[in-house]
Design a protein around this ligand. Structure first.
Ligand code: TXA
Ligand code: MG
Length: 340
């Protein structure tokens, strides 16, 4: 039995009790829903991996409610550049990879000597961590390989019968997972783009690198700096093809591909471009990049539910949160991107 509760004081107490007892609870964050358990308890960590069907070598990130919880989660002090980012962007959608402390068990980080730490912006998430009294390990609350859940209903679809409780905090605001950076050295390096953008980090620190794995697949012999990069994420059941280029040209190519495809199909397009697709099955990616980030995972899930076999999507420009959108779309498409 999986219970769905609005996160009031009573539900939070119940959730915190489950976490303290070594169980798993799904909870809202500002990015996507997380599947949380005590980061220091290997049995609890094993339950997360089992519920998701997650590969054992993919580490989990540890969530803290306040910077006062950092000692022991990381070892040593925050380097000055990491402190500057924490001051500016925490609470918020930023995960920093730092040397692991003893409060996080080795299974949580898949035996790595580093740990990803995040101080989430969602108040319910922070309340839950505070009430639990332990750092909470939490991957996105989807079955491994599915799009991350942005509503409690998405979590329920994937986790019903596998976990006792889902806290329903409504729709996630950002819609894509946190920015992951390697913060052990300067300049910091973006391993996964998200709501704290390259431009924002550049503005705060004056320098930033973007890992090559962000916008292309890894070569056979290449070592992933972040284990998550190895896996094909967000794979829709049908195929996804992205067409990148000037709006009218891209629309022309999308129409050609769409009209030539025989099965269940749809088009993802910017709201303003919908009229270009005539009577075809075109759905809106929203008015801007921010809305596209919010809607993308829900749209991919919806198309799976409808049995869509081919999606043809416009690209969004790769500035600001557009880089995160294109990273997720690119991975969902196995980087099948046509340039026109
Ligand atoms: O927004 C988010 O970050 C959500 C919410 C729930 O907080 N969580 C999330 O976790 O997206 P997950 O496990 O789905 O993605 C974490 C990513 C993975 O790609 C993982 O490989 C990488 O971060 N990661 C975690 N720890 C790492 C480490 N020590 N070194 C390198 N990469 C790491
Ligand atoms: Mg995930």
């Amino acid at each position: 039995m999986t219970e769905l509760l609005k996160p009031d004081a009573q539900a939070l107490e119940k959730a915190a009790r489950i976490i303290k007892d070594g169980g798993v609870v799904a909870f809202p964050t500002e990015t996507v829903y997380g599947l949380g358990a005590d980061a220091g308890n290997p049995d609890a960590i094993a339950r997360i991996f089992a519920a998701k069907g997650r590969p054992q070598d993919n580490p989990l990130i540890a969530h803290i409610w306040d910077v006062s919880m950092l000692p022991g989660v990381i070892s040593g002090e925050l380097p000055p550049w990491a402190r500057a980012l924490a001051d500016r962007f925490w609470p918020g959608p930023l995960t920093m990879i730092l040397p692991k402390g003893e409060r996080v068990c080795p299974d949580c980080t898949a035996q790595l000597d580093s740990v990803g730490v995040r101080l989430p912006g969602n108040e319910w998430a922070r309340e839950l961590i505070k009430a639990s009294g332990v750092p909470i390990a939490a991957p996105s609350a989807n079955t491994s390989g599915r799009p991350s859940p942005t509503t409690a209903a998405h979590v329920y679809d994937d986790m019903k019968g596998r976990i006792p409780l889902i806290l329903d905090g409504g729709q996630a605001k950002v819609g894509v997972e946190s920015t992951v950076i390697d913060a052990r050295t300067f300049p910091v390096r973006i391993l996964r783009p998200g709501g704290i953008t390259k431009e924002m980090i550049l503005g705060a620190l004056g320098d930033v690198e973007v890992d090559a794995g962000v916008m292309r697949p890894l070569a056979q012999n290449e070592v992933a700096r972040s284990p998550g990069m190895k896996y094909r994420h967000y794979a829709p059941k049908g195929s996804l093809t992205i067409v990148e280029g000037e709006a009218e040209k891209a629309a022309g190519k999308i129409i050609e591909l769409y009209d030539g495809f025989g099965g269940e199909k749809c088009i993802f397009a910017a709201e303003a471009h919908l009229p270009m697709y005539g009577g075809r099955n075109a759905v809106s990616l929203g008015k801007d990049k921010r809305e596209a980030a919010q809607k993308l995972f829900a749209l991919l899930r919806e198309m799976d539910d409808l049995g869509v076999q081919a999606i043809f999507s416009e690209a969004v420009d790769e500035t600001d949160i557009g880089l995160a959108v294109m990273n997720r779309m690119g991975r969902a498409a196995a980087f099948n991107i046509i340039k026109v």
